[in-house]
Design a protein around this ligand. Sequence first.
Ligand code: NAI
Length: 240
Amino acid sequence: MPRHLDKRTALVTGAASGIGRACAARLAAEGLRVAAADVQADPLEQLAEDVASVHVLDVTDYGAVQATVAEIGPVDVVVNSAGIIGPQLPIWEVPLEGWERTLAVNLTGTFNTIKATMDGMRQRGWGRIVNIASIAGKEGNPNMVAYSASKAAVIGLTKSVGKEACTDGVLVNAVAPAVISTPMNADTEPDMMEYMLSKIPMRRLGLPDEVAELVSWLASDACAFSTGAVYDISGGRATY
Ligand code: NAI
């Protein structure tokens, strides 16, 4: 039986790269009408043939998120993959603007897309929201205070919202990947990469398509009795 039963519309943020791109391609291949959003215009355009529409969007701007949602029409699925790694420094060296921007993109961006789509999902009685958190939000990576705090907050947001709308048919879950092979890690300090890899029992990076597989399930009718949950995809790193 196909996993996605109806012709639904999915908004995927951070769709120009990495995990978001893999999720957009996967959901489109499974028959969803995918609206791909990202702050980067050029790589987004390269996706245009594979998805229903592309939208240049900064998720930190609530007005812009509302306008994009209005342009797309009824949104049934949201995948929040837009994210930045932020300053990789000990807290005493973290610039305030780096802290604020990381929280704005990773946390407020996630809040914004959920707030802008939730009324419609509740009215129609069906919705699936998948937030890309991180193992860093469960454990805290050293020298990644803004990133780790933002992802812990995404987990808290997911647990809260996941309990608010579930009786209206809207299920909200998060995934917590360990290191995945994407452009986000291109600038990760070698020491930090070594630290993160050393904690993965499977001794390899994850792949964006492996995350998209889990996201696809969480975005479908097949996910029926989970909400406010955090799904690890960490090669064995997560132990709780
Ligand atoms: P990536 O850097 O390949 O893709 C992130 C995308 O988000 C980029 O296309 C970027 O332009 C977009 N973006 C950044 N700021 C934005 C904004 N304000 N508005 C709209 N789009 C914006 O990174 P990757 O690896 O695909 O990350 C996706 C998500 O997965 C992020 O939330 C990240 O924190 C999370 N994650 C990634 C892991 C990894 O090892 N790659 C591990 C755990 C979580």
